[in-house]
Design a protein around this ligand. Structure first.
Ligand SMILES: Cc1cc2nc3c(=O)[nH]c(=O)nc-3n(C[C@H](O)[C@H](O)[C@H](O)COP(=O)(O)OP(=O)(O)OC[C@H]3O[C@@H](n4cnc5c(N)ncnc54)[C@H](O)[C@@H]3O)c2cc1C
Length: 499
């Protein structure tokens, strides 16, 4: 068996690997890149349009990004960070449209107002405070607030239909929010990479083993899932962008940094509207508050989607219990991930999160009518026969060691990298695809620091990153002038100014 030698192996054909491949190709076009995907298509797991909510997460409408402390104070820091990170994605996508690497923006991103909607005295008070704090920051300028039923009816007629005028309600709105078809974005990024000789795509190939090689890189074993043939690759750097499959591969790498990590898989489902008239009447992403005990990613929302160019209306997600790490994975995934080093953290998390377990079981037990009742809180006149249930993607939440025997469950994303910079894995799934560009810049900064040469004089790679992402190296949270300049440009190029 011959071993091919390459610079970078991208494991997984989702948005993360496609973004890293694109950035690396722009930084050094001579790098030999190989992408390995176990399925026969790229972007078919979490990244596929129907498997995620397609919200361009910018903190505009997601109430879980602005938690309240015990004194009732709203903390906006997470929303600011996510917004600034999403701006970084918008900058790269705009530049790639300019260079012809991406097609016209409507193929993957469409203006969809982002609305937060609440009812009841306490929730209205919370939303008003949230708006007062956010709207004075340059990142959130243009955020509208209203408690007026008439205004809200204009913003979201289906949501307001049939509501009593005495009901205390409130909403905020950002007209230039976005719906992103991450599947389409990724397929286009990969197609563009495929035009280069230095890039190879291996579909239906699964990474089965990886071992450190004597030259400091990795010997990676792949199996062709169609023919059963094995292959080995010697890669200088390995990125485990395998979504739910990243944790098992990280464990196989046996790097010191993988110690103590576990995964908690959560499945998802949507109600999809079959009534084309209703689809036409709703044009927004309307996010509410999560139920008590619900994981943050289960915040209910009524969503306009544009998937493969076609409008759709979705409600959910409904969470569920699963032992699979990938939608096309195995029911043994969770059990196979248990190791001596993560058993105690996993048991500890199980015991500490009984609320979550109860919530997931109650979600699984729901009937169609129970789900319709949840939908009617957002769309009071929804008709049961007009909605069908569809499976969304899987998320594997991170379990981490805490103290000697403890564990904690995290709902964000985390980059785990070998200290010699030869391997990195992306774990977790929120805010996910929206911040793929910032997450992949972090991979480059942590694992290729020498090439980027952070901390010394400006290098070639730094200059190139600035060409593709003009705000690179500066804070969009601090620098309002820079934000206004870059946002004006990205909204225009991406067609998001046509709210
Ligand atoms: C229900 C739901 C809603 C979401 N909503 C949003 C949202 O509104 N906005 C947002 O920004 N994000 C959202 N996300 C998160 C987002 O979908 C993910 O963060 C993102 O798609 C992850 O991309 P990825 O490339 O890491 O993983 P994936 O897209 O899952 O790609 C990983 C790939 O690796 C492959 N693979 C796995 N193991 C191997 C192996 N051993 N060898 C070879 N290939 C392998 C898999 O087949 C897969 O194709 C949502 C996710 C879910 C599940």
């Amino acid at each position: 068996m011959t071993t091919k030698k390459i610079d970078v192996l991208l494991v997984g054909g989702g948005v993360m690997s496609a973004t890293l491949g694109t950035l690396l190709n722009k930084l050094d076009p001579s790098l030999q890149l190989t992408m390995v995907e176990r399925l026969d298509l790229v972007a078919h797991e979490s990244t596929d349009g129907w498997n995620n909510a397609g919200t361009g997460h910018a903190g505009y409408c997601e109430l879980n990004y602005t938690p309240q402390n015990a004194e009732g104070e709203v903390d906006i820091n997470r929303a600011l960070a996510i917004n600034a990170n999403f701006e970084v994605s918008l900058q790269l996508w705009s530049a790639l449209i300019g260079s012809g690497d991406l097609p016209a923006p409507s193929n993957f991103i469409n203006t969809t107002p982002h609305i937060s909607f609440v009812w009841g005295e306490d929730n209205v008070k919370f939303l008003r405070q949230r708006w007062e704090k956010l709207s004075v920051h340059h990142l959130f300028q243009g955020m509208e607030y209203s408690e007026d039923h008439e205004v809200l009816r204009q913003w979201m007629p289906l949501v307001m239909e049939g509501r009593h005028t005495n009901e205390k309600v409130a909403a905020t709105r950002i007209p230039f929010g976005s719906d992103v078809d991450f599947g389409s974005l990724t397929r286009n990024l990969v197609s563009s990479l495929e035009k280069r000789e230095e890039f190879e795509l291996l579909l239906s190939h699964e990474v089965s083993e990886l071992k450190k090689s004597d030259d400091g890189g990795w010997i990676v074993k792949l199996k062709n899932r169609t023919t059963g043939e094995n292959k080995t690759i010697n890669a200088g750097f390995v990125f485990l962008g395998a979504g739910g499959g990243a944790l098992p591969l990280l464990q196989k790498s046996d790097i010191e940094e993988s110690e103590g990590y576990g995964g908690f898989p959560v499945s998802g489902q949507w109600l999809v509207c079959k009534d084309e008239e209703a689809v036409k009447q709703h044009h927004a992403k309307v996010y509410g508050k999560a139920a008590i005990g619900a994981p943050p990613m289960s915040v209910p929302h009524l969503d306009t989607r544009i998937i493969n160019g076609k409008p759709a209306l979705l409600f959910g997600p409904f969470a569920g219990f699963t032992t699979k790490f990938l939608k096309a994975g195995s029911v043994l995934d969770l059990f196979k991930s248990v190791r001596g080093g993560n058993l105690l953290p996993m048991m500890n998390v199980g015991m500490k999160n009984m609320d979550l377990t109860k919530y997931l079981i109650s979600e699984v037990m729901q009937s169609h009518e129970d789900r319709m009742d949840s939908l009617r809180e957002y769309f009071p006149h929804a008709v049961s026969d007009n909605w069908k249930l569809a499976d969304a993607g899987q998320r594997v939440q991170i379990i981490k060691k805490e103290g000697t025997n403890g564990g904690k469950l995290e709902f964000g994303t985390e980059l785990v990298a070998a200290k010699d910079g030869s391997l990195a894995a992306l774990l977790g799934a929120s805010p996910g695809a929206s911040v793929a560009v910032q997450a992949m810049i972090e991979v480059i900064e942590r694992c290729m620091a020498e090439r980027l040469n952070l901390g010394s004089q400006v290098t070639d790679w730094q200059n190139r990153l600035k060409e593709w992402i003009p705000s690179y190296g500066e804070s969009l949270i601090e620098n309002g002038e820079l934000l206004n300049h870059t946002r004006k440009k990205t909204l225009l190029v991406l067609g998001l100014d046509k709210a």
